[in-house]
Design a protein around this ligand. Structure first.
Ligand code: ADP
Length: 874
């Protein structure tokens, strides 16, 4: 590439400008090439070789490339690596480019193939099976902060689901945490945008446009029939559709009619709570060790996605929770139905995603086959449910959605071969007997193939060459090949063979007969392909027409799968159906932590079940006891039980009466929770502040060692104040774990607070942790025993014991920390001041160079120090 950019470079640069910050995949023959910075990024992320090609501006141009046929795998890795990719395809063949050049009077030899960006591949706009995780939804979210609030539009284009909601500005983090989107877009002028949010022009987020687009997409005169959509919701919808337009280059993916999500419909949880409860991912980011991993028994990917959504957004409405619980109960009570149903579901393909691909124009014959098989399985599910007596309303309401596709299933079954291929350009997916013309074409090529086989035998005989073969390759088509030593025979003028190619050990020929048969095959093949293509389009059209009904079937299957899977899990773990109430109470008998219980079971250990009973008169439990005693586990198990129940699941307890919660908060003291960027204590306090400003008397709060992230006095004082505030102002149900014994004095002033501890016993000098909750304050902390249990060296333990004895003796003399808590701050200040003065005196003495002093100077120094000491004594 010389100083003046070549035409190709000019074309590249123009496309790159269009692609913006997305990497540009520039199609060149069988490769997608990347240049400049794009090449550097891609070679790093993909770990492929970086080379150079030509020059631009006097510098070599960095380049790397990936083969088109395996591009999907590379795309997946780039998307995972946080990149977006614009795909620039050749939009004409080299021959067409030459024709065009001729027409335009330009030199034909330099004709440049036209290219255009056909698609932007981004994390939130994927539909390809290979790029999606089967058990996780893939959400694209648009945020529209407008004058009267923030609108959020969320959609999973792999299945077409779309939801719109309103959000208060201070809840946006919690909402985004709940959604867990793969990609988020927002107007470029939004100040609050976190890193990674994609900025889009403000004019894309106009509510009028949102309304118009939605009406247009769904062919409606008004959106009133779909729900109540606010202006911010519609503005967000506008932003979302505009981005989809942009990514699909004007081709919209499958979108179902939007559903309005009420902001109070769900149990609200913020990001810190979600992460501390390890709902969809454990602290290390993986699925293992999370609640969902321990719960998920779904037979299908769609069921697993639905379950993840249910756990991310548990319900806050008694009626809908009960409806789900009744369905789980139905499958719980009927093991045969459950087993049969799950066996059928396991066979069912992911029709939601197959539909998404077909409607987006990226579908394959295999997707049609999946729709056929999935709908047929849905019918079987319908028959099974239909035969089951006393179906609860949620399940009986789905019967219709599961059937009703008989004509389509029948058509697909007649039209398609049993397992259609993913590649449609090769044909071979339309069943024989479906189209007589197609059958005839296939017969023609079949006959011609037979004729070619016969020709081979005939030529062998005629030329007396047993090693003569008729072969086929992409470049030459059909040809006759003989080993070089027999070549001369066929070269003869009157042999009837024409020479085509001489290879190292072989010579290749054509013949009139072969040419004729080969032409018949090619012609019939081309016609057959065209016929199959037309059938494909027609079948896709039929699926497209039924898209909403198919999506409803997919949703019904997913919901049934979730209910049956939850029943399966409940049976497996001996869980029980919670009784749900509309009052702020909690009565868990024999509660367990599902994840810890499962982990212990693997090592043959038994989980100790514990009760928890909270009500208006006793709503705050202060829980003490030794480290490792089971405090955190107890706190979390109760939060998880509430979460599970409101998601519609049975719970790991002997029995449970649960008052519906509106918000769930979980906080863990800083030292367990290493956050990046901010000081951990700061994070702890920011998160605690959020609870104090947001919790209501219907909320459930667990606070685990809050205050631990700072010095003892500060920490204790803060913990004290937080407990008081939770008790007095919020009046919510709360479990508070702490190792500060001193807090137990709060029981004297707080009526609805009671003291509890995890039990431990010392046995033959060793500590035994019983993991059992008991009433009353913990008697001591057992810190040293825990340290011993943890294997701290004996001399260190011994030394610590001596220090502890001293401290305790000192405490007896001063009346103890707790005794002085009335004037705790003063105490803390004097203690610190004393320490400082002592240190000043010591420093002064240390600084003295006694040998360098005259007797008189020494005496003066002594007077000075004495005066100093007298000052600090006052
Ligand atoms: P703490 O918060 O008091 O330091 P944890 O709740 O972290 O203690 O529990 C420490 C360990 O004790 C857990 O990892 C688990 O292995 C075990 N454990 C906790 N609760 C129970 C229980 N109820 N039954 C059996 N083992 C338990």
């Amino acid at each position: 590439m010389a100083d003046k950019p070549t035409p190709m470079m000019q074309q590249y640069l123009a496309l790159k400008r269009e692609a913006g910050d997305a990497l540009l995949f520039y199609r060149m023959g069988d490769f997608f090439e990347l240049f400049f910075e794009d090449a550097k990024i891609a070679s790093q992320v993909l770990d492929i070789a970086l080379t150079t090609r030509g020059e631009h501006g006097g510098e070599p141009v960095p380049m790397c490339g990936v083969p088109v046929h395996s591009a999907e795998g590379y795309l997946a890795r780039l998307i995972k690596g946080g990149c977006r990719v614009a795909i620039a395809e050749q939009t004409e063949t080299p021959d067409e480019a030459k024709e065009r050049a001729k027409r335009e009077g330009k030199p034909v030899s330099k004709a440049l193939v036209a290219r255009d960006i056909v698609r932007l591949v981004t994390a939130g706009t994927l539909t390809e099976e290979a790029l999606l995780e089967p058990r996780r939804a893939n959400l694209l979210v648009a945020i529209a902060p407008v004058r009267d609030g923030i609108g959020i539009a969320a959609c999973d284009i792999s299945t077409g689901r779309m939801e719109l909601e309103d959000c208060a500005p201070d809840r946006i983090d919690a909402a985004l945490a709940r959604l867990g989107a793969s990609e988020i877009v927002a107007p470029e002028d939004w100040d609050e945008a976190a890193e990674g949010i994609i900025a889009r022009p403000r004019h894309n987020f106009r509510s009028e446009d949102g309304e118009a687009r939605l009406k247009n997409i769904h062919g409606l005169a008004t959106l009133d029939g779909l729900g109540d959509f606010s202006r911010p919701m519609l503005a967000a919808a506008a932003g979302l559709v505009a981005y989809l337009d942009h990514a699909g280059r004007g081709k919209l993916p499958f979108l179902l009619p939007p559903v309005a999500r009420g902001s109070d419909a769900h149990l609200a949880m913020d990001a810190a709570t979600r992460s501390s409860l390890e709902i969809l991912a454990a602290q290390n980011g993986g699925r293992e060790g999370s609640l969902i991993a321990c719960l998920d028994r779904c037979a299908t990917g769609a069921g697993a996605r639905q379950l993840a959504e249910d756990l991310s957004a548990p319900l806050a409405d008694l009626g809908t929770v009960e409806a789900r619980l009744a369905s789980v109960q139905h499958f719980h009570a009927d093991p045969l139905l459950r087993a049969d149903l799950r066996a059928v579901l396991r066979q069912a393909p992911d029709i939601g995603r197959a539909l998404g691909r077909l409607v987006a124009g990226r579908g394959s014959p295999r997707d049609l086959g999946q729709i056929r098989d999935g709908l047929a399985e849905a019918r079987r599910v319908r028959d099974m449910l239909g035969a089951s007596a006393d179906l609860p309303p949620l399940l009986s309401g789905m019967i219709d959605a599961l059937g009703g596709h008989a004509a389509l299933v029948d058509h697909l079954a007649r039209a398609l071969v049993p397992s259609p291929p993913t590649e449609r350009s090769q044909g071979g997916f339309i069943a024989s007997g479906y189209d007589h013309a197609l059958d005839a074409l296939r017969e023609t090529s079949g006959n011609a193939r037979k004729a070619i086989a016969a020709l081979e035998a005939k030529y062998r005989e005629e030329t007396d060459t047993a090693s003569l073969k008729i072969k086929h390759n992409k470049v030459l088509g059909y040809f006759i090949e003989v080993p070089a030593k027999h070549g001369d025979k066929l070269m003869a003028q009157d042999s009837g063979f024409t020479h085509r190619q001489t290879m190292a050990g072989a010579v290749r020929f054509n013949s009139v007969g072969l040419h004729e048969e080969a032409s018949r095959i090619a012609e019939a093949g081309a016609h057959a392909l065209a016929a199959e293509e037309a059938h494909f389009e027609e079948l896709v059209g039929e699926v497209f027409a039924a898209r909403e009904a198919i999506a409803a079937t997919a949703a019904a299957l997913a919901r049934i799968d979730v209910c049956a899977a939850l029943a399966e899990r409940a049976v497996e773990g001996n869980w029980s159906r919670p009784e749900m109430l509309d009052e702020p109470c909690l009565e868990i008998i024999g509660g367990r932590h599902p994840v810890v219980e499962q982990a212990l079971a693997k090592t043959g250990e038994r989980f100790v079940a514990n009760d928890c009973t909270l009500g208006p008169d006793d709503r705050l439990w202060l829980i003490g006891g030794p480290n490792m005693g089971g405090k955190s586990t107890f706190l979390r198990q109760n939060a998880l039980i509430i979460l599970l129940a409101q998601a519609g699941s049975f719970v790991p307890a002997t029995s449970a009466r649960i008052g519906l919660a509106d918000r769930l908060f979980s906080r863990v003291g800083a030292s367990d929770n290493l956050a990046r960027g901010r000081s951990t204590f700061m994070v702890e306090m920011v998160e605690t502040a959020a609870i104090l400003s947001q919790a209501t008397d219907r909320s459930f709060v667990i606070l685990d060692e809050v205050g631990r992230g700072t010095s003892t006095y500060d920490g204790m004082a803060l913990a004290w104040a937080v407990v008081e505030a939770v008790h007095e102002q919020l009046a919510c149900r709360c479990l508070f774990a702490t190792h500060y014994h001193e807090l137990s004095r709060l029981a004297e002033t707080c009526d609805a607070l009671s003291l509890h501890h995890v039990r431990a016993r010392e046995w033959k000098g060793d500590l035994v942790l019983l993991h059992e909750l008991a009433k009353g304050a913990a008697d001591r902390s057992y810190g040293l025993s825990v340290a011993k249990l943890a294997g701290l060296p004996k001399p260190v333990i011994k030394r610590a014991k001596a220090v502890l004895d001293k401290l305790e003796k000192g405490r007896e003399q001063t009346g103890g920390l707790a005794a002085g808590l009335g004037d705790l701050p003063l105490f803390a200040v004097t203690a610190q001041a004393e320490e400082e003065q002592c240190d000043a005196l010591r420093d002064a003495i240390e600084a003295l160079d006694v040998d360098a002093l005259s007797p008189r100077e020494a005496l003066e120094e002594l007077y000075r120090l004495k005066a100093e000491a007298a000052k600090s004594a006052n």
